[in-house]
Design a protein around this ligand. Structure first.
Ligand SMILES: [Mg+2]
Length: 114
């Protein structure tokens, strides 16, 4: 697993840059709040797919070949997170692994949260 997350994160950012999503004119009008909102939007799109009756693991395709469905919206969310992390020099792989190690030490259903 190590190196794969970092590689995918770098690729996500490279592809976003190649498609103009980090050009100065866009950066000038995007705040941190905007970026977080865009990540949330992808989760809302996943919920919309669920509301339309699609199964959580269902992937379907538009006529132009675009993959759709809950897995694709979850992927969009991760791609946005990875892109943001790379642009801001956040080592997301390190953060994920560190947080997972900490989570191992937490009590069963810590805090009885949902
Ligand atoms: Mg989407």
């Amino acid at each position: 697993m190590t190196n794969n997350i970092s590689k995918v994160a770098k690729d996500a950012h490279r592809i976003a840059m190649e498609h103009g999503w980090w050009d100065k004119d866009i950066l000038a009008r995007r705040s941190f709040g905007d970026m977080i909102t865009l990540m949330h939007c992808e989760l809302s799109e996943a919920y919309e797919e669920y509301c339309k009756g699609h199964k959580v693991d269902e992937v379907y395709y538009q006529k132009n070949g675009k993959p759709e469905g809950i897995p694709m919206e979850l992927a969009d969310c991760v791609i946005r997170i990875f892109d943001f992390c790379e642009a801001n020099e956040i080592d997301i792989e390190k953060a994920i692994l560190e947080k997972m190690e900490f989570n191992k030490t937490r009590p069963f259903r810590h805090g009885k949260k949902c």
